[in-house]
Design a protein around this ligand. Structure first.
Ligand code: CMP
Length: 136
């Protein structure tokens, strides 16, 4: 059974020219692209996207970062797409958790600048896809 997940290449990934690398790994895994767009992130979208982190000490910094430059938003589709992309991304902390061979393990050093976002559950995927791709 196919499902969809929201992937963001965050501003660090776009600035570093790693969009192609992220897309290549998604496609090589066998997942497909259902929608893709380069976008600036309005502050209210950032706040809604990260609503579950609003009480965290890093929330302010997180909003500053995600609105600091364009992101590439991608609706990714395939069997177990949510878990499959999280496998490709690696753990949130790119050094302590992500292993070599994953996007974060190979290309990131700091938790804030961890290159990509992927929805963490079917509920998050539904909510995030409605927010980023309402017409999909
Ligand atoms: P993401 O998967 O987009 O979901 C929440 C984001 O918050 C996470 O990736 C990190 O970029 C960021 N984040 C999580 N923990 C921390 C932290 N301790 N300090 C700074 N940023 C964090």
């Amino acid at each position: 059974m196919s499902e969809r997940t929201l992937v963001l290449v965050k501003p660090d990934g776009v600035k570093r020219g790693l969009v192609g690398e992220v897309i290549a790994r998604i496609e090589r895994k066998g997942l497909t692209l259902a929608a893709l767009e380069l976008r600036n992130v309005p502050r209210p979208v950032a706040e809604e996207h990260y609503a579950e982190h609003k009480d965290k000490p890093f929330f302010g910094e997180l909003l500053e970062f995600i609105t600091s430059g364009p992101v590439v938003a991608i609706a990714v589709e395939g069997p177990r797409a949510i878990a499959a992309f999280r496998q490709l991304a690696g753990g949130t902390d790119p050094v302590a958790k992500a292993t070599p061979g994953t996007l974060r393990g190979d290309f990131a050093l700091e938790t804030q600048y961890n290159l990509v976002h992927g929805s963490d559950s079917p509920e998050s995927a539904e909510r995030e896809l409605k927010l980023w791709f309402p017409d999909l």
